[in-house]
Design a protein around this ligand. Sequence first.
Ligand code: DGP
Length: 144
Amino acid sequence: MQPYDQNNIFAKILRGEIPCHKVYEDNHTLAFMDVMPQAKGHVLVIPKFEAVELTDMNSEFIQAVFSTAQKIICAQRKVLQREGIVQLQLSGKEAGQSVFHYHIHLIPASVHELGKHEGRVADQSELATLAAQLSAELDQPTIK
Ligand code: DGP
């Protein structure tokens, strides 16, 4: 198993050392745009907890990550006008995990459309616009 590295890119995002296009934040989680999206509107949800993968997290953070994911999925459906949201989580290098801080991918797409994630960074202004649109939808909660 990969040990937790405090200098991984998502730890730096959590510390505010590098920027992200934030969609949502609470005491336990942060949701932001994937800079190398596999589809338009691709969001990552991470815990504010030093976990490489699911087995490293306690139930409080697991619950918080999935609660945030629910909110984001509702917003993605409205903004992207896609019903299908692929929820993807890679645990371990062999599985393809490349950033070793737990994250769940929320990708508005069909699984049949997905290739590997983009090798290049997406247009920053498009990411900023999508983050703002998704964030605005969260101001009108639809979760019961
Ligand atoms: P995985 O392969 O499951 O570990 O996914 C890592 C994802 O993180 C991948 O889709 C690309 C994304 N990513 C990598 N570096 C950055 C970054 O600096 N900022 C953001 N927002 N996403 C990143």
